[in-house]
Write a protein that binds this ligand. Structure first.
Ligand SMILES: [Fe+2]
Length: 202
């Protein structure tokens, strides 16, 4: 493939990975959220197709769930949680749905700078050891002009965020992320014979 097509290819790849980008109603926020994933791929040794193959966490032995399966699940949970909270408690709690969705899509974007491939294995990079993905994620998001409310979700989504006074939107993404992660810690997984490679075919 020649020069000049890389940009449009990476945009296509991002849109294929993340159909949920279409849920963001504000066009400017949707564009910046998309751009942030593109930027992460520009800086990452990982390719879009790697995300349908590598496990979503290195902390669970033989984890059978892929990066994209987990990440998309979190976005779906967060959206539904935001809708239920709005339905029943919207009078008391203002919830910005676009902020929840953008923040959930970007919560782990920094992982592209936390991992690297070596000898066919996915391992934590040196940078990842020094700067976990909440930090690199915020750096990427600020570079791409995302609003502070979204950067806050990225910053506070993981355990580091327990020290932060979370917004309502950040609480939603944090709990969506952890309910899709913590159960794995109590299940033993056999070494898998073969990982499915086409997780995102829906
Ligand atoms: Fe995370």
């Amino acid at each position: 493939m020649g020069h000049g097509v890389e940009d449009s290819l990476s945009r296509e790849d991002v849109l294929r990975l993340w159909p949920e980008l279409a849920w963001i109603q504000n066009p400017e926020l949707r564009e910046k959220t998309t751009r942030c994933w593109e930027r992460a791929f520009e800086l990452s040794p990982l390719k879009p197709e790697d995300l349908n193959r590598i496990p979503f966490t290195l902390l669970i032995a033989n984890c059978p769930t892929t990066f994209m399966e987990h990440k998309r699940c979190v976005v779906h949970i967060a959206r539904r949680a935001a809708e239920s909270m709005h339905e029943f408690m919207g009078n008391a709690l203002k919830i910005d749905r676009d902020t929840v969705i953008s923040g959930a899509i970007l919560a782990d974007v920094g992982k592209l700078l936390e991992y690297e491939n070596r000898d066919g294995k996915t391992i934590q990079s040196e940078r990842g050891e020094l700067l976990r993905h909440p930090f690199t994620g915020v750096a990427l998001a600020m570079e791409c002009g995302l609003p502070d409310s979204v950067c806050h979700i990225i910053a506070a989504h993981a355990a580091e965020g327990d020290l932060v006074k979370r917004t309502t939107e950040a609480y939603i993404v944090h709990h969506a992320d952890f309910m899709a992660y913590l159960p794995f810690k109590n299940v033993k997984f056999e070494k898998k014979p073969e990982m499915k490679s086409e997780a995102v075919s829906r």
